[in-house]
Design a protein around this ligand. Sequence first.
Ligand code: NCD
Length: 330
Amino acid sequence: MPATTWSRHHILSLADFTTTEYDTVLQTAASFREVLSRRTKKVPTLQGQVVANLFFEPSTRTRSSFEIAAKRLSADTLNFASATSSITKGETILDTAKTYLAMGTDIMVIRHQQAGVPHAIAQEMDRLGVKVSVLNAGDGQHEHPSQGLLDLFTICTLLEPNAPRLELLKGKKIAIVGDILHSRVARSNIWSLTATDAELHLAAPPTLLPKLFAGCGQDRPGKLFIHWNLEPALEDADFVMTLRLQKERMTAHLLPSLREYHHLFGITRSKLQLCKSHVKVLHPGPVNRGVEISSDLMDDPEFSLIQNQVTSGVAVRMALLYLIGSGKIT
Ligand code: NCD
């Protein structure tokens, strides 16, 4: 692993991540990607430590990805799903967290439908004076830092497989298209991509992209533009990130119809003709096929990085668990 001076104890948000921290995560993930290509894919790094996945909201890839990442680092894993837990009997979230603490948990990976829950648990752990790290695996519409970092890693490794780093994004044009309003992935991506010298273009109908997003790019190295139509965002883009329409978070009828949305903002092969010829498409999953992206494009390895994102996710999450967990090894 690269020598590091990592000091962050919890990973809750990318808002204040430094260039050095991004580059450390990218380099460390590259080392773990190499480990994952070996015949024996396991390292003893977190032997004896307990990683608890506390998922209060459904998840397929993030939960499984954290679990396999922890196992590859030789940690013991605990998996919690709220539907089958004492939450259904009225236990509070903090009491659930304290129960896992009492079992010797070292790292809590937390997903919750409410923004701020991972922060609240992290604060409580700090107040108790225990050395437990909290990793935000998605909180409401707020942030999803590990997804932002794996998206960054996927893009950077495509540009230079063995030396992924922020400076590779200098001058690149990246479009984020879709349900930005409800997306914690978009918020984390906005922080990571505006930390680079890339141009970031957000595109969505006005109901899913309030003007206040234009303010996110201020005082950051990268430039941020917002568009209420798709074409200017796609023109000459190097990367297009599509987002799921988060129907479960929509409280109002923000769109006339899914058909019209697909017509105007769905990413298809023909719309990609506006982009650079080498353009690549990302999506954090799960995908509404035929809504935010056409089904054929999603499965086309010439354009789609969707499976690469899932694979990158394991190496990036190994890196995050290693960076926050290795300080505890005696
Ligand atoms: C995202 C999430 O849950 O925030 N998915 C993921 O973690 N891979 C995006 C989404 O739900 O649309």
